[in-house]
Design a protein around this ligand. Structure first.
Ligand SMILES: [Zn+2]
Length: 240
């Protein structure tokens, strides 16, 4: 795999073996054939507010039976007046990094649901994951909704819900700030300059497309093909 930055023969020998039970996995980054666990995989969901990242994360967590780290459950980066606080944002990022590092070192497949607005933040995050586990397969899901009417509908719906995991209501200003700040992934690379496999998830048009030049990743049993199928299922099971 091109993203493997080290030639650790011990680690290479372990690849294809389930971290939970030791049985063989289906393909190098497929599920364990005995217990279904994913080993050495990180699914990273990135996108602006109201793009349905969290909804998709919940679906993937359930069907792939993977732990998910959700930034929405971590301490809020906003002050009570609604303004973004740089130091709170940094604290939240540290939490996210330390939990992700824990899973990466454990080699247990996991999902990260965080906006990761800037390219710099994303590339720092990839580097940290690869430092924790040089054999990890990182898959980026860029989740977005470019239709203002759909976002408007989602914001109204979300703000009317009593239970909210993040910080209560999302204002129109916050939504616009999130959209402005967000840097769209465009041929992003891992620290060793190989392109990061990316799935584009357009939740305005309900389209899921593969943005990688590595068709072998779509082989049956590989996590990438499984994720594409699962996200399509998620988009067509009726949520809005
Ligand atoms: Zn297993």
């Amino acid at each position: 795999m091109p993203q493997h930055s080290s030639d650790n023969s011990q680690a290479s020998a372990r690849r294809g073996t389930c971290i939970a039970c030791g049985a063989a996995t289906k393909g190098p980054f497929g599920p364990c054939q005995a217990c279904g666990t994913y080993t050495d995989v990180a699914l990273v969901l990135s996108g602006p507010n109201l793009s349905l990242k969290t909804t998709i994360t919940h679906y993937l967590r359930r069907v792939l039976r993977m732990p998910a780290i959700e930034s929405g459950y971590l301490p809020s980066p906003f002050n009570t007046d609604g303004n973004l606080d740089a130091s709170k944002r940094s604290t939240r990022r540290q939490y996210l990094t330390s939990i992700s590092t824990f899973f990466a070192k454990l080699r247990l497949g996991f999902i990260v649901d965080a906006a990761f607005h800037s390219r710099k933040v994303r590339s720092d995050f990839y580097r940290i994951l690869l430092q924790a586990n040089p054999n990890i397969f990182i898959l980026l899901l860029y989740v977005h909704c470019d239709d203002p009417e759909v976002r408007n509908y989602r914001r109204t719906k979300r703000n009317s819900q009593v239970l909210n995991t993040e910080k209560g209501a999302i204002s129109r200003e916050e939504e616009e700030l999130s959209l402005r700040r967000y840097e769209i992934p465009d041929h992003e690379t891992l620290p060793n300059n190989t392109p990061i496999p990316t799935i584009d998830v357009d939740t305005a048009r309900m389209l899921v497309s593969w943005q990688s030049a590595q068709p072998s990743l779509l082989d049956d049993g590989h996590i990438a093909s499984r994720v594409i199928v699962s996200v399509r299922e998620a988009l067509h099971t009726g949520f809005s």
